[in-house]
Design a binder for this molecule. Structure first.
Ligand SMILES: Cc1cc2nc3c(=O)[nH]c(=O)nc-3n(C[C@H](O)[C@H](O)[C@H](O)COP(=O)(O)OP(=O)(O)OC[C@H]3O[C@@H](n4cnc5c(N)ncnc54)[C@H](O)[C@@H]3O)c2cc1C
Ligand SMILES: *[C@@H]1O[C@H](CO)[C@@H](O)[C@H](O)[C@H]1NC(C)=O
Ligand SMILES: *[C@@H]1O[C@H](CO)[C@@H](O)[C@H](O)[C@H]1NC(C)=O
Ligand SMILES: *[C@@H]1O[C@H](CO)[C@@H](O)[C@H](O)[C@H]1NC(C)=O
Ligand SMILES: *[C@@H]1O[C@H](CO)[C@@H](O)[C@H](O)[C@H]1NC(C)=O
Ligand SMILES: *[C@@H]1O[C@H](CO)[C@@H](O)[C@H](O)[C@H]1NC(C)=O
Ligand SMILES: *[C@@H]1O[C@H](CO)[C@@H](O)[C@H](O)[C@H]1NC(C)=O
Ligand SMILES: *[C@@H]1O[C@H](CO)[C@@H](O)[C@H](O)[C@H]1NC(C)=O
Ligand SMILES: *[C@@H]1O[C@H](CO)[C@@H](O)[C@H](O)[C@H]1NC(C)=O
Length: 519
């Protein structure tokens, strides 16, 4: 018992007394006295506006209070108060676009909404971006300098969730995962210390943050390497419903062709259960407009087309256009993902299975106004040999960018009573598609964290060595498990276990000989 820190004792006693909501109320008061201007309660318009601004209704929970830090120091203060409270649960919100309920907001706890920290400063080699910025904030600035950075392709998406989860950008086919273009993370650690994590300082933390999400600290600033960019060729094409199979074939041909480092984007089919209509579409970019359209022609040439929006424009214009649909949809949105290796037949088998099952699945929820999408896109290349590593688990000699495809399976729906059933449908689809890929020998166990459902385990899918390393870094930087236990939301390296409670040395190595697991 003497191993237990005082804070944990307090927390257990409070839990026993069922007084955790009193504890949260008290913590909110402490936060309000330390950060008066930044703390908001449910009656306030700022609180309401923040909750309403989550893109998908299922994300809008009701925290006891909301903290909107206005500076890095405010984040340090908030973390210190939350940690010292002993057990107040809290959530962290970047752009708020992760679709998993409870990943970026909390019911009866504290939500830290980072969006006031949305500054964008262009320097000689890097663009310094506050962790509350969304992609549009960044591109609206970088376009003016004829430079760009590795960021989301849709303007409303937050850079914090995107970058800590990997990040597939316009330029990923050429440059790799977006996290690999983070030169430096400014991070608030569990003990309230502010550090820079980069190749020469806290390098293990630096690698862990590239794919390990919120397990190690709260990032307050990302320093992003920039590169010269003019305009891109790209846009959205809507095809006739009868072109669906040809579109899957076009994508297959694109993947089987010689690797093209300038061809980016995805192909999708959408089924609207209310109308019974299918709308196959593609959203594509060619990042070397002079050489366009390269291997994209396999997809661009699919006909008949109902609408062709391919054009040449700056990055910010594409990001803004793509945001329109998200901004106006207001449907509950849930997703899951799985990865397979391309073959002449596998994408067709998966697509046919989706097309066969989706009307049956959605028929049960007709009154819920359901739509579903199945999207195919490419993974990014790994860091080159000798470059700073990320945590995603691909070796420098592997080529996931050419062979591997990740699927997104998405449901949009109005009536939240369909949530449980549609989550089960997501689970079933993942299993069915994985089985199809396994039967053909094309399954790949990797899971892209930024499109993973809450019931998937992308951190484990990085590989055993990667997960062990992430756990070691988490123990080293967060020995009391603040980000495992009090921070809710996000994928946890200890995934619901209490293995972070124990004994380890200052490098985070567990020492079984000394025993003493707390429970
Ligand atoms: C419309 C749309 C378009 C998308 N386009 C792309 C795309 O082009 N490429 C791509 O790769 N992905 C894309 N995604 C997926 C996207 O990367 C993830 O949804 C990502 O989580 C969004 O980041 P966010 O900051 O908006 O999310 P949030 O929901 O705010 O955060 C997600 C998670 O990130 C962690 N986190 C947030 N802030 C911090 C912080 N400051 N410090 C530490 N951890 C933090 C938390 O664990 C949180 O649970 C898209 C998603 C949507 C909805
Ligand atoms: C945030 O900080 C700026 C500059 O210091 C100040 O003008 C502004 O009022 C602050 N906003 C809030 C909500 O505290
Ligand atoms: C919160 O905002 C929503 C949408 O803008 C509005 O309908 C609702 O009345 C507001 N609630 C409060 C308590 O202000
Ligand atoms: C950006 O490029 C355009 C077109 O080539 C040019 O007119 C403009 O001066 C450039 N701006 C900067 C800041 O270099
Ligand atoms: C890395 O962190 C150290 C220590 O804070 C800092 O001095 C250095 O400038 C950082 N490097 C980069 C590339 O940001
Ligand atoms: C944005 O959408 C408008 C309206 O559909 C279109 O005219 C324009 O070409 C689009 N721009 C880009 C960059 O896609
Ligand atoms: C399906 O289409 C109908 C008619 O256009 C539309 O009203 C409805 O919102 C759509 N549903 C979804 C989930 O997109
Ligand atoms: C947690 O781990 C279990 C067992 O390994 C696994 O089945 C589950 O998917 C994981 N869940 C999450 C959310 O990571
Ligand atoms: C905070 O944690 C870091 C990382 O473990 C450590 O280097 C630092 O000394 C700690 N600071 C304090 C004040 O305890």
């Amino acid at each position: 018992m003497h191993f237990l820190p005082a804070s944990l004792v307090g927390c257990l006693l409070l839990t026993l007394a069922a007084a955790s909501s009193d504890e949260t109320t008290k913590t909110c008061k402490t936060l309000a006295s330390a950060l008066a201007e930044d703390v908001f309660y449910p009656e306030s318009p700022t609180y309401n506006a923040s909750i309403q601004s989550y893109p998908f209704p299922q994300l809008r929970l009701n925290p006891t209070c909301l903290v909107r830090p206005n500076s890095t120091q405010d984040v340090v203060t908030a973390i210190n108060v939350l940690r010292d409270s002993g057990c107040t649960k809290f959530a962290i919100r970047g752009g708020g676009h992760n679709a998993n309920t409870g990943f970026n907001d909390i019911e009866d706890g504290v939500t830290i909404d980072m969006r006031q920290l949305n500054y964008v400063e262009v320097d000689k080699d890097v663009v310094r971006v506050g962790a509350g910025a969304v992609a549009q904030d960044v591109y609206d600035v970088t376009d003016k300098y004829n430079i760009s950075v590795m960021g989301p392709r849709i303007g409303v998406v937050g850079i914090a969730g995107f970058l800590t989860g990997g990040g597939v950008s316009f330029f990923s086919p050429e440059h790799g995962w977006s996290c690999d273009y983070v030169e430096n993370f400014e991070v608030v650690l569990a003990n309230g210390t502010l550090v820079n994590a980069n190749a020469s300082s806290h390098s293990e933390l630096y690698a862990a943050l590239k794919g390990g999400q919120s397990n190690f600290g709260i990032v307050t600033r990302f320093d992003l390497k920039h590169f010269p960019v003019g305009q891109l060729y790209g846009g959205r094409i809507a095809y006739a419903p009868t072109a669906d199979v040809d579109l899957v074939e076009g994508f297959t041909q694109f993947k089987l062709a010689k690797y093209d480092p300038y061809a980016a984007g995805w192909v999708t089919n959408r089924y609207n259960a209310t109308t019974g209509n299918y709308t196959p579409t593609s959203i594509l970019w060619y990042t070397k407009p002079d050489l366009k359209p390269g291997s994209l022609s396999h997809i661009l040439d699919v006909k008949p087309q109902a609408m062709n929006g391919m054009t040449t424009a700056p990055v910010a214009a594409f990001a803004r256009n793509a945001s329109m649909v998200v901004k106006t949809s207001n449907f509950n949105t849930i997703w899951a993902t799985t990865t397979f290796h391309i073959s002449p037949t596998i994408a067709h088998k998966i697509y046919q299975k989706w097309k066969e099952l989706i009307p049956k699945v959605t028929d049960t929820y007709k009154s819920a106004n359901v739509a579903s999408e199945l999207t195919f896109q490419s993974l990014a290349p790994p860091p080159k040999s000798g470059a700073s590593p990320n945590s995603l688990g691909f070796s420098a000699s592997s080529t996931p960018q050419s062979g591997l495809v990740f699927l997104q399976i998405i449901f949009y729906y109005a009536d939240s009573s369909a949530t449980e059933g549609l989550n089960n449908a997501l689970k079933d689809f993942v299993q069915i598609f994985e089985q199809l890929a396994k039967d053909e020998g094309q399954h790949n166990p990797w899971i892209y964290l930024n499109f993973a459902a809450w019931f998937q385990d992308p951190l484990a899918a990085y590989g055993n060595g990667e997960l062990a390393q992430l756990r070691r870094v988490a123990r080293k930087y967060d020995p009391k498990g603040l980000f495992q236990d009090q921070l809710v939301g996000g994928f946890k390296v200890f995934n619901g276990t209490t293995d972070w409670r124990g004994h380890w040395d200052q490098h985070g190595r567990a020492d079984g000989d000394r025993g003493g697991k707390w429970n």
